[in-house]
Ligand binder design. Structure first.
Ligand SMILES: Nc1ncnc2c1ncn2[C@@H]1O[C@H](COP(=O)(O)OP(=O)(O)O)[C@@H](O)[C@H]1O
Ligand SMILES: [Mg+2]
Length: 595
C-alpha cells in the first residue's frame, strides 16, 4: 500500500520511531525512574561477585580466617541481592505500565485517525492491512518501548560496569578479557543479518495472516455462496505453513546464535581459569579475584546476547513504526473547515441543490458530469438509472463521503462543506441495501448507542415503522444481542431496524439507496409501511430498484452514464417516451411476470 502512494519513498529509518516518541512524552518520568532502577539493579549484580571475592581473599583463604567478617559480608550480600531484586521488580512494573500506556495511546490515535479518513482512503486499502496495522504493528512497536528500551539501558550499562569492575580488579587479565570483544562482535555480526531477516519474515507473515483472516471472515458469506472455501482454505494453509516454517527457522537461527555465544562464553571461562589460575599459582593475584573474574566473564556474555536480540526488535519496530506513521501522517482528505457554519439543526428545512457537479473517483475519469437539480423541502424524489449510472455516487457526494471536482452542493442554500461533518451527518441519513448493524442490542442499534435517546423514543420509532411486532418476537425483544452486522436477523428485520433508526435519529434529509432491493416482494410489502413512515415530513431521495416504489414521487431523476438525462413526474416522463418510459415498460413486464 505504501509503495503505491509514492514509489520513491526512502527506506524506513530510525526517524520513523522518533516520530512516535511524542506518544512517550507523558511518561517521561516513568522512563527516567526505570533508568534509575536499572542502575540500582546493575550495581547490585556487579557487586555480588566482588563481595564474594572480598570474603574469599580477606576472610577465608588467608592466614587469619575471620568468622565475624564473613558474617558481615554475607549480610551485606543478602542486602544487595534483596535491593537488586526489588529494583528489578519495580523496574518491570513501571516500564511495562509506561510502555503499554504509550502503545495504547498509539493504538487509539491510529483508530481515531482511521475513523476520520474519507472513503477514498478505504477504497485504496484492504481492510485486513488496516487491521494488521492496528493490531500487529502496534504490538511490534510496543517491543521497542519495553524490551528494546530496557535492553539498551540495562545491558549497555551492564557491559560498561562489568568492564569497569574487571579493570579495577586486575588490568592485565581484564585486557585479556577484552580480546573477547572483537570475537563476540564478529559472531554477532555474522548472525545479525540472518537473525534480522528471519525475524522480519515471521512478523510480515503474521501480519499477512491477520490481514487474510480479517478479510476472509468479513467476506464469509461471499466465500460460501460461491464455494470458495477450498480455494481460501488452500490460501490460508499456504500462509500458515510459511508462518510455521518461518517461526521454526527463526527459532533455529536464534538457537544457533545463542548456543554459539554460550560456547564462546565457556571457552572464555576456561581461558580465564587457565590464565588466572596460573597467576594465582604464581601469587600474582588472589584466589578471590579469579573467582570474581570468572563470574564477570559469565555475566559479560548475557547482555551482549540480549542486545543482539534486541537489534531485531529495533529493525521490526522501525518498519512497523513507519507503517503506523504513514497512516498517522495521512491527513483526512475531507475535513471540517476551520470556521464551520453555525446552524440551528432544528431550523434546517431540507432543501438540497446540486449545481453543475462533476465528479470522478479518479479525477480524470468522471462518473458524474455536470449534474444540476433541486429538491424542495419535504419532497419525495425518485432516482433511477441502470447499474453504474452514478446514482450511488450522487448520494456519496451529498453525504460528503467524496468531494466533487467541480460544482456546488448545498443544503438549505449553504454549501455542504460549510457544515461540520457532525452536523451534516446528523442532518442527512442514509439507508443502503446492505444494512449495517453494530454488535450490540437492538435498542443500541436503533438509537446508535446514544444513551440520551430515551427508551420511549426507541419504542415509538420501532412502532412507527412497524418494526415493533418483529422486535418483540425476538428472544429478548429490544435487548436482543446482535452479532456480526446483524446476521442473526433476516434481511427484512434488519431493514426495519434501520428504518426505526432513521425515525429515532430524525434526519432532515433521507437517502434510501436501493434500500429494499435485497428483499423479496413479500418482505418488501412488509417493510412498505415502514418506508412510508420514514419518508414522511422529510426530504427523501429514493434510489429505486423497483419503479413501483417511486411512481408517486414529486420528481423523478433519470441518470444515464453519469448524466442526468430526464426529470419530471411519472406521468410526464412516460409521456416523454424517453429512457424512463422504456424502463417503465420493462419493469411492467417484469412485475406481471412475477405476479
Ligand atoms: N469507490 C469507488 N471507486 C471507484 N469507482 C467507483 C466507486 N464506486 C463506484 N464507482 C464507479 O462509479 C460508477 C458509478 O457507480 P455508482 O454510482 O455506484 O452507480 P449506481 O449506484 O448507479 O449503480 C461506476 O462505473 C462504478 O464502477
Ligand atoms: Mg448504487
Amino acid at each position: 500500500m505504501s509503495t503505491k502512494e509514492s514509489p520513491v519513498r526512502p527506506k524506513p529509518g530510525v526517524s520513523s520511531l522518533g516520530r512516535l516518541l511524542p506518544f512517550a512524552r507523558p511518561y517521561v518520568w516513568q522512563f527516567i525512574a526505570v533508568i534509575a532502577l536499572v542502575i540500582v539493579f546493575n550495581t547490585s549484580s556487579v557487586m555480588q561477585p566482588y563481595l564474594v571475592k572480598v570474603a574469599i581473599d580477606n576472610d577465608i583463604s588467608t592466614n587469619h580466617p575471620n568468622m565475624h567478617g564473613l558474617v558481615v559480608i554475607a549480610a551485606i550480600y543478602v542486602g544487595v541481592v534483596v535491593i537488586g531484586v526489588a529494583a528489578n521488580y519495580m523496574q518491570i512494573m513501571v516500564l511495562q505500565r509506561a510502555g503499554q500506556s504509550v502503545i495504547r495511546s498509539i493504538r487509539l490515535a491510529l483508530f481515531r485517525h482511521i475513523e476520520r479518513q474519507a472513503m477514498r482512503f478505504f477504497d485504496s486499502r484492504p481492510i485486513g492491512t488496516l487491521v494488521a496495522n492496528v493490531s500487529n504493528d502496534t504490538e511490534t512497536v510496543s517491543q521497542f518501548f519495553t524490551n528494546f528500551f530496557l535492553s539498551l539501558i540495562r545491558d549497555g550499562l551492564s557491559i560498561v560496569m562489568i568492564v569497569f569492575a574487571m579493570f579495577r580488579l586486575d588490568p592485565r587479565i581484564a585486557c585479556y578479557a577484552m580480546i573477547l570483544v572483537p570475537i563476540i562482535a564478529g559472531v554477532s555480526a555474522a548472525f545479525r543479518g540472518q537473525l534480522r531477516r528471519r525475524y522480519q519474515r515471521t512478523r510480515t507473515l503474521l501480519s499477512s495472516m491477520i490481514a487474510f483472516l480479517a478479510e476472509n471472515l468479513a467476506g464469509m458469506r461471499l466465500t460460501q455462496i460461491f464455494h470458495q472455501e477450498k480455494r481460501q482454505r488452500a490460501a490460508f494453509e499456504r500462509l500458515d505453513a510459511q508462518y510455521r516454517d518461518a517461526n521454526i527457522t527463526e527459532y533455529f537461527t536464534s538457537m544457533w546464535f545463542n548456543r554459539t555465544l554460550e560456547l564462546l562464553g565457556n571457552v572464555a571461562v576456561s581461558a580465564v581459569v587457565f590464565i588466572g589460575g596460573n597467576a594465582v599459582l604464581h601469587d600474582a593475584i588472589k584466589f578471590g579475584t579469579l573467582y570474581a573474574f570468572i563470574r564477570y566473564i559469565q555475566q559479560f556474555f548475557q547482555p551482549i546476547n540480549a542486545m543482539t536480540q534486541q537489534w531485531n526488535t529495533l529493525q521490526s519496530a522501525v518498519v512497523a513504526a513507519d507503517r503506523i506513521g504513514q497512516i498517522l501522517q495521512h491527513e483526512p482528505e475531507i475535513q471540517d473547515k476551520a470556521e464551520t457554519a453555525r446552524v440551528d439543526l432544528d431550523a434546517i428545512q431540507g432543501r438540497v441543490e446540486f449545481e453543475h457537479v462533476t465528479f470522478g473517483y479518479k479525477p480524470d475519469q468522471p462518473v458524474l458530469r455536470d449534474i444540476s437539480f433541486t429538491v424542495e423541502p419535504g419532497q419525495f424524489i425518485g432516482v433511477v438509472g441502470a447499474t453504474g449510472a452514478g446514482k450511488s455516487s450522487v448520494m456519496g457526494l451529498l453525504t460528503r463521503f467524496y468531494e466533487p471536482q467541480e460544482g456546488i452542493i448545498t443544503l438549505d442554500r449553504i454549501p455542504i462543506w460549510d457544515y461540520s461533518q457532525r452536523d451534516l451527518h446528523a442532518l442527512i441519513g442514509i439507508v443502503q441495501q446492505d444494512v449495517s448493524l453494530f454488535t450490540g442490542t437492538v435498542r443500541d442499534n436503533i438509537r446508535l448507542f446514544r444513551e440520551e435517546i430515551p427508551d420511549e423514543v426507541v419504542r415509538e420509532a420501532a412502532r412507527v415503522v412497524g418494526a415493533d411486532g418483529v422486535i418483540e418476537r425476538l428472544i429478548h425483544g429490544f435487548d436482543t444481542q446482535l452479532y456480526g452486522k446483524g446476521s442473526n436477523l433476516s434481511a427484512g428485520e434488519r431493514q426495519l431496524i434501520s428504518f426505526a433508526r432513521i425515525v429515532a435519529l430524525n434526519p432532515k434529509v433521507l437517502i434510501l439507496d436501493e434500500a429494499t432491493a435485497s428483499l423479496d416482494s413479500h418482505t418488501e410489502a412488509l417493510v412498505q409501511k415502514g418506508l412510508q413512515a420514514v419518508t414522511e415530513n422529510r426530504t427523501t431521495l429514493v434510489i429505486a430498484h423497483r419503479l413501483s416504489t417511486i411512481r408517486h414521487a414529486d420528481q423523478i431523476l433519470v441518470f444515464d452514464k453519469g448524466r442526468l438525462v430526464e426529470r419530471g413526474t411519472h406521468a410526464e416522463l412516460v409521456a416523454q417516451g424517453g429512457l424512463y418510459a422504456k424502463l417503465d415498460a420493462e419493469s411492467g413486464i417484469e412485475s406481471r411476470v412475477i405476479s
